[in-house]
Design a protein around this ligand. Sequence first.
Ligand code: PMV
Length: 327
Amino acid sequence: MTSTQSPQSVVERAPAKVILIGEHAVVYGHPAIALPFPPLSARGTAVPAAAGVAIRSDRYSGLVARLQEGYEIPKPLKPAAEAVRGSLEAIERAGGVPRSFDLYLESDIPPGSGLGSSAAVAVAAVRATFRFHDREAPPALLRMLATRAEAIAHGTSSGLDPTTVSAHGPIRYVRDHAPVDLNVVKPFGLVVADSGTTAPTGQMVMRVKSRLDEDPQAVARLAELGALAERAVQHLEHAEYPELGRVMDEAHLILGSLGVSTDRLDAIVTAARSAGAFGAKLSGAGGGGCAVALVPIERLRPVAEAMMAAGAPMAWPTQYLIESDKP
Ligand code: PMV
């Protein structure tokens, strides 16, 4: 059944995300620190349609998912379709009347690069579906729907990506718990640099799992990452950025010992440190994907250039704002 009102087109966004400390360890219940990264984002535009719901994505040109009985949804659009279906069910449960619309999904977040691309698309899809029905997705429901979509996309998800891309600033996250917002009292610089190769998150999570099965020391390494995350909380909230950088350096070494770094990522983080970063590490599942460097604001440009000279085809230098600076 569709509504008789005339709904308006709506656009909703969700940013990329960067993990400061705790990727992989978070899968096993250790804390992680991550933050939304607004220079890159996904968008969902819901446009009124004559009948039914269709999802279209610029990434998979020509592919359409129709939410109707018996329609075989193309695999790449299954996570987003599940997010929209779950949103419509929730809207209906809350007394709303589902409307007909086309949802256009766009993203400038490189996929498979540790920046939470699929989570951002799912969050943008849920937000747009709710807004199109003149509602806002409650935060816990938003996280739940996006986490379900992530599980379809990657076969597994700690929930860190969907939780971070729906947060307003840095968070401390423990699997199956609500995130805790962290206070940033002084701006800092971040450079995110793409290593130019990608690796599926699910595959990298399986690689770490095999390490854990074979090597008892790997279990202790994950616990060390958890302890580093706790130190990172203190350093971040006290604006102790040189110390936070050293924690990131330690985390990169541990991730390397778990088999998820690459020669290119190692070269990029080394170049960042030599150019004046406080610290640098791979960010996300690894095996390729991105590195992140914590940087004094005046060193943003030289560090970005150094990371690119070391093999990164793209780098995004960003000044991270404190809460009161945000619009
Ligand atoms: O999908 P990525 O590359 O952003 O990494 C997700 C972080 C992992 O800890 C490796 C997996 C997870 O579900 O937390």
